[in-house]
Design a protein around this ligand. Structure first.
Ligand code: AMP
Length: 452
């Protein structure tokens, strides 16, 4: 199957070839003809599958062939995304793919001034890419009219629900004409998503790129079990010893992201954090620095990382496992994109074993466990609960029969059992319990905030 077979116009084929895409991805092969046919679709596609072009290309084509008589240029296609970053990226794709077409688009999201958005809307746009909150701000200020929308796209619908946008989505739906084409994209399909789809889609066709809730095949996954208070050390060791140059690292909390980025900097590894408490310009700058290689590690929370499109990202590290198993699929979808190989490494402490099991249940397979020599976990440490994404810090896990480690400096990568430091070993290779001398200093528990 080639792009020529999908029914796209010459102008669009030209941009596709300029982008260097030689073949459509599976989601594009399936979605493009259906969208061109005017059908509603419910697409199970995670980031990295080429889903954006899967809806943008046919959407552009439909709008360009059916020019409305109205010279006012009402918004004819609305793409809703959960995050600013995703809105920016989808908006950029619309611009790129549509560059030979006489269509106008704009992006609106919060965290930046509303005035330029009002000006852009006033001039008239055919395609609007927006996050729900700012979209509704415009509606309430009467700077936006959605009564002429012909095509609605909900991108990463599952994340929008996770972020609590359901009420905003329903408000937006009430502003749209009843007769329209609907395209819903989601990496995962919970009952909530199915309910939303039921009320939204008209005789939809289910399109699956990869089975929902499955990780992309091109991503190799591995778990290193390690004590909580040695995760940072192990991360620095992996980055250094394996010479990883571009690593996206996930934490559960904003506070944890900040702290880890600072600690990595102290280890001499250029790092920055990206999360919802940062201004839009700080987020954009961090991402740009990461993309161009000025920053080696980007530490992100789940919500901030949604929609990050970083081409050929080779390494994703789950510094902490997500509370929601589906987020694991999203996270590792950042690597192994568009046909490239990727590696997803999870650092799992005893508190997270249950989270790991939930993830494996979702994936319907076990993730390989590999012990890094010198970082063996201490089996005598008992699990502690994770509350709202927060854990007692610094290995605060209570240790059966022993209280209060202190004093000794960390010794990254040095084997405590005499083996070659950092050598990977498959779990269960019959290793004796690790000596507990020379444990790193215990840090005080710190408060962290959850989410974004
Ligand atoms: P998406 O899943 O939409 O976030 O796209 C992931 C990445 O794949 C983006 O960097 C796109 O530029 C790229 N991409 C989209 N379609 C193709 C294609 N047919 N061939 C190669 N790369 C593509």
């Amino acid at each position: 199957m080639t792009f020529d077979d999908l029914g796209l116009s010459a102008d669009l084929l030209r941009t596709v070839s300029e982008q260097g895409y030689s073949q459509p991805t599976p989601i594009q092969t399936k979605a493009i003809p259906l969208v061109l046919d005017g059908r509603d679709i419910m697409a199970a596609a995670q980031t990295g599958t080429g889903k954006t072009a899967g809806f943008t290309l046919p959407l552009l084509q439909l709008l360009s062939v059916q020019r409305p008589p109205n010279a006012r240029r009402p918004v004819r296609a609305l793409v809703l995304t959960p995050t600013r970053e995703l809105a920016a990226q989808v908006g950029e794709s619309v611009e790129i793919y549509g560059k030979y077409l006489p269509l106008r688009s704009t992006i609106i999201f919060g965290g930046v001034g509303i005035r330029p958005q009002i000006d852009a809307l006033r001039k008239g746009v055919d395609i609007l890419v927006a996050t729900p909150g700012r979209l509704l701000d415009h509606v309430s200020q009467k700077t936006l009219d959605l009564s002429q929308v012909e095509i609605l796209v909900l991108d990463e619908a599952d994340r929008m629900l996770d972020m609590g946008f359901i009420h905003d989505i329903r408000k937006v739906l009430a502003l749209l004409p009843k007769k329209r084409q609907n395209l819903l994209f989601s990496a995962t399909f919970s009952d909530d998503i199915k309910r939303l789809a039921d009320g939204l889609l008209n005789a939809p066709i289910l399109v699956e790129a990869a089975r929902a809730n499955t990780a992309a095949e091109s991503v190799s996954q591995v778990v290193h079990q390690v004590d909580k208070n040695r995760k940072r050390e192990l991360l620095s060791f992996l980055i250094g010893s394996r010479n990883w140059q571009q690593v996206l690292v996930f934490t559960r909390t904003k506070h944890g992201a900040n702290r880890l980025a600072q600690q990595l900097e102290q280890d001499g590894i250029r790092a920055s954090a990206i999360h919802g408490n940062k201004s839009q310009s700080a987020r954009t700058r961090a991402l740009a620095d990461f993309k161009k290689g000025a920053v080696r590690v980007l530490v992100a929370t789940d919500i901030a990382a949604r929609g990050l499109d970083i081409d050929q990202l080779p390494h994703v590290v789950n510094y902490e496992l997500p509370n929601v198993p589906e987020d694991y699929v999203h996270r590792i979808g950042r690597t192994g994109r568009a046909g490239c190989e990727g590696e997803a490494v999870s650092l799992v402490c005893v508190d997270e074993i249950k989270l790991l099991r939930d993830i494996e249940r979702l994936l319907k397979k076990e993730v390989d466990k590999v012990v890094i020599e010198g970082f063996e976990h201490d089996p005598s440490i008992a699990a502690e609960p994770i509350i709202n994404g927060r854990q007692n810090r610094g290995g605060g896990a209570s240790r059966a029969g022993e209280q209060g480690r202190n004093g000794a400096k960390s010794n990254a990568g040095r084997s405590r059992t005499g083996g070659r430091p950092g050598a990977p070993r498959k779990e269960g290779a019959g290793r004796p319990a690790v000596s507990r001398q020379n444990k790193p200093r215990v840090r005080q528990a710190q408060s962290g905030s959850t989410g974004n």
